[in-house]
Each structure stands twice: as C-alpha cells, then as structure tokens.
Design a binder for this molecule. Structure first.
Ligand SMILES: N[C@@H](CCC(=O)N[C@@H](CS)C(=O)NCC(=O)O)C(=O)O
Length: 213
C-alpha cells in the first residue's frame, strides 16, 4: 500500500497512519508539501490520484485508490477488532465518524491550521467567523465530553472497545487543549486511554517547528 500524506502533520493522514500501524500493515509513504504555493496536493500528478486535491490518499496494492480519511479507516478496519460486527454498532461508528467530519474537524482542524501554518493566521478572517469557529469547535468537544460522561464506565465512543470511531476523533482532539479549547476530564481520560492502546504511535512532529505538539 502507498499512503500519501503531508510533510506538516495532517490529523486526517495521521488517522490512517495510526490504524495501519496498529494493524501491522507495511506501507510506502509519500509526504506532500501542502504549504507550498501551489500545494503539491494540487499539482496534476496528485490530482490524478485524488481529483479533490486532499491528503490522505491510499493506493492499494492492486492500484485502486481510496481517499477521505474515514472511508480509508472503514476499509482497513473491516474484519478487525477496530470495527464491530454488530449492525447497530457499525452504524454508531459511522455516526461518530460523520460527526467528526461535519461538526468537529471543520472547526478544530481549521483552528490548528490557522494557528500554526496559515500565511495570515486568523487576520484575513472577519471576527465573527473566527468566533464561530471557536464556538463550534468547543461545542464538538463538549458533545464528546457529554457522551463519555453520560454512562458511568464508558471508556470508548462505541460499545466497550476501541474502534475507528475513537481513531477518527482522537486525531484532532489530541491537539484541542494546546489550541486553547476547554477539554473535560472524561475526554482527557479517553485521550490517555487511546495512547495506551496496543501499537499506538503519535502524530509526526511538525518539521516547520511551528506546532509544538
Ligand atoms: N475530508 C477529508 C479532508 C482532507 C483534508 O482536509 N486534507 C488536508 C490536510 S489535513 C489537505 O490535503 N490540505 C491541502 C489542500 O487542501 O491543498 C479527509 O478526511 O480526508
């Protein structure tokens, strides 16, 4: 398999790296400079792999291509302990992965990008858009906190084991506190539990040195 990620640590690409490592699957890796102008992910060579111009993309051994981090997780996890067999639980896994893409990532990951790498930081955004990003990112983290605290002893997002729902949510939530979001005790304990899972690897360090995580 061949994974296309970025030289700066993309949370979306990290999800795939983490699962590939936990599944013990060997892979080649090409890291694109997404801070270049134009981004290497927008050049024709890569657009031939993902016409949407985003990493991650995973090229399978037979040449077929998968894009969208959570779809890649779903594909890789099939048949493993990281994706439940039960029909309802599988739907719950998808529920949290859609939540991550729709209600969490657009705010927390944008905040991360603007904090460390955007040429103008937040300065080229109207204040109300910055405030909105902050409020919505915080709301997503609070929803996670509520879910984990709703039922005593709930360790994982779905059922009672670590799954790709946790991987999808971990990628950007692991940066939330350093970005200044309020992170509740239950989310903090869950972040620590993810770090203890077998074969866990942290996200790559930022080669620009701007992101201290
Ligand atoms: N929904 C996509 C989002 C992918 C995405 O936003 N990738 C960013 C890096 S985290 C990217 O490729 N940015 C460079 C660009 O858009 O040119 C996924 O989950 O894979």
């Amino acid at each position: 398999m061949h994974l296309y990620d970025s030289t700066v640590p993309s949370g979306n690409a990290y999800k795939v790296q983490l699962l590939l490592t936990q599944l013990n699957i060997a892979y080649k890796q090409t890291s694109l400079d997404i801070l270049a102008t134009p981004s290497e992910s927008r050049k024709p060579e890569f657009l031939a792999i993902n016409p949407n111009g985003h990493v991650p993309a995973l090229v399978l051994d037979d040449g077929s291509i998968l894009t969208e981090s959570n779809a890649i997780l779903f594909y890789l996890a099939e048949g493993s302990s990281y994706l439940p067999d039960d029909k309802f639980k599988r739907a719950q896994v998808l529920q949290w992965m859609f939540f991550e893409q729709d209600s969490h990532k657009p705010y927390v990951s944008k905040w991360k990008y603007r904090t460390y790498w955007a040429p103008h930081g937040f300065d080229d955004l109207p204040k109300d858009q910055v405030d909105d990003m902050r409020v919505k990112g915080q709301t997503a983290i609070d929803v996670m906190e509520k879910h984990l605290s709703d039922s005593p002893g709930r360790d994982w997002f779905v059922g009672d084991s670590y799954s790709i729902a946790d991987i999808a949510l971990y990628a950007y939530t692991s940066h939330a506190e350093i970005l200044g979001f309020r992170v509740g005790q239950n989310v903090k304990r869950w972040l620590a539990r993810v770090k203890e899972t077998e074969g866990f690897v942290r996200i790559k360090k930022d080669p620009t040195g701007k992101n201290p995580y």
